[in-house]
Design a binder for this molecule. Structure first.
Ligand code: GDP
Length: 302
């Protein structure tokens, strides 16, 4: 987590620093308050949450007009933690003591967001915890996606169930993967899916079918939406489409290493009503971590 903090601070710094610089001025003008709100919105905090934070900061400034930088920092930290949801349960079902075996995770999201990579990294995290994993390559549209997942599988040392021919039914691959996970008595089954948003109706049907078919064998504990942090508010629009189609239980926010817009964490949670559970901080196998709210906020504040 220390490493996560250090790396988040690199990516998220600009926005916290800018806020702090304004808030520690002697007398805040109307323009300063607008600048604070703009800074939050530019960092993808979302308009509602930004307004709420500014209102609270203003109320706080009225009560206590002259404050030390340390006090300002503490107030800002408390407010951001509140927005991020410090006490939210972000555990994955598979990690809980009463986890089902196999515990099923379906990965969904638009192509290019990092879905396959995140599935591979997640398998690696579970294996590191001593859990056995089966990967299912239900993105049968792109053969490269299954190849990529297979590479992860051999790297991490877990079996990958894939289609035996091009254009196979993704739901049948998911079904086979569920059977394999049962036969192998695996702890976790992670199913990678396709994400072609240009054919929205088909994609949504496909995801619904994958879910229904898997549920003939095993309950689905977790649907993780993979979102690319660098796509900002565009990503939010996609996110809503997926969450309406398949009932998302958590978000894996990728490419946070390449974004100064960490505020997306706040808007994602507010708008989807589900927590960010994982963050992607790079392309390497170790670059996935459970989301740590305190580390994240400290990163934002620099
Ligand atoms: P998919 O189409 O959603 O399955 O996306 P991929 O898993 O193929 O990932 C697309 C690209 O994003 C690849 O080049 C990944 O290495 C890269 N990627 C995935 N996660 C991260 C991340 O957290 N940080 C960075 N910088 N790159 C990432």
């Amino acid at each position: 987590l220390t490493r996560l903090r250090a790396r988040l601070s690199k990516s998220a710094n600009p926005f916290g620093k800018a806020l702090f610089a304004i808030l520690t001025k002697d007398n805040l003008s109307e323009t300063d308050w607008e600048d604070i709100e703009d800074t939050l919105i530019l960092a993808d905090v979302g308009t509602d949450a930004s307004e709420q934070i500014v209102d609270e900061l203003r109320a706080d400034a009225r009560v206590n007009s002259s404050k030390t930088p340390a006090e300002v920092r503490a107030t800002l930290r408390r407010m951001l933690l509140e927005q991020v949801g410090e006490d939210t349960d972000r555990s994955l079902a598979a990690e809980r003591d009463d986890a089902r075996h196999p515990s099923v995770i379906i990965m969904v999201g638009v192509n290019g967001t990092g879905k396959t990579t995140t599935a591979g990294k997640l398998a690696r995290l579970f294996v590191a915890e001593g859990k056995s994993v089966v990967l299912g390559a239900a993105d049968t549209f792109r053969a490269a996606a299954a190849d990529q997942l297979e590479t992860w599988g051999s790297h991490v040392g877990v079996p990958v169930v894939r289609a035996d021919h091009d254009g196979a039914d993704p739901a049948s691959v998911a079904f086979d993967a569920a059977q394999k996970a049962i036969d192998a008595d695996a702890d976790v089954l992670i199913i990678d899916t396709a994400g072609r948003l240009q054919n929205k109706a088909n994609l949504m049907d496909e995801l619904g079918k994958i879910r229904r078919v898997v549920e003939k064998k095993l309950p689905v504990d977790e649907v993780l939406l993979v979102l690319d942090a660098t796509t900002g508010q565009n990503g939010m629009v996609q996110a809503k489409v997926f969450s309406e189609a398949i009932g998302v239980t958590g978000v894996a926010l990728t490419k946070l290493d390449g974004s100064a817009k960490g505020g997306i964490v706040i808007s994602v949670q507010k708008e989807l009503g589900v927590p960010v559970k994982l963050v992607g901080l790079g392309e390497g196998p170790d670059d996935l971590a459970p989301f740590d709210p305190a580390g994240f906020v400290d990163g934002i504040l620099g």
